[in-house]
Design a binder for this molecule. Structure first.
Ligand code: RTP
Length: 149
């Protein structure tokens, strides 16, 4: 059976602060598998699609402007319960409520600059992967299982 997948994205503030390697390291150390990785300057259209569920929120315009403020790094990670565990590793949305030891709890204080995104459910993860990686992602079912587990 295919492994669960999630979409993790380092937001512009995380890229600017040089936290891409730190975030990759945490997911690698945990035992998850990297299936895709790219740096890009997202378009407004892509961001509005990604955050469509939040379009009625008062902070939506500010959120889109923040996400347009520089390059992001999108990744697809796979492994056991990676969606839920990825969210735990990121920490609460508002960094002031994020536990120390989480990415946001260790590196952020502002909900408007919270470093990273992680899919909140298996279904939304698959939608986000299709949105951000229309070209497709790796599938290493034949090799890495043997090396990690
Ligand atoms: P994300 O999608 O970025 O992983 O965040 P999330 O699920 O933890 O939180 P969500 O409610 O989906 O919000 C998406 C992003 O919007 C920004 N935000 N600003 N009150 C505010 O100003 C506010 N609330 C949310 C954050 O950047 C949040 O990650």
């Amino acid at each position: 059976m295919a492994q669960e997948r999630t979409y993790i994205m380092v937001k512009p503030d995380g890229v600017e602060r040089g936290l891409v390697g730190e975030i990759i390291k945490r997911f690698e150390n945990r035992g998850f598998k990297l299936l895709a990785l790219k740096a890009l300057q997202p378009s407004r259209d892509l961001l509005e699609k990604h955050y469509a569920d939040l379009s009625s929120k008062p902070f939506f315009p500010k959120l889109v402007d923040y996400m347009l403020s520089g390059p992001v790094v999108g990744m697809v990670w796979a492994g056991k319960e990676v969606v839920k565990t990825g969210r735990v590793m990121l920490g609460a949305t508002n960094p002031l409520a994020s536990a120390p030891g989480t990415i946001r709890g260790d590196y952020a204080i502002d909900v408007g600059k919270n470093i990273c995104h992680g899919s909140d459910a298996v279904e939304s993860a698959e939608k986000e992967i299709a949105l951000w990686f229309p070209e497709g992602v790796l599938n290493y079912e034949r090799s890495l299982d043997k090396l990690i587990y």
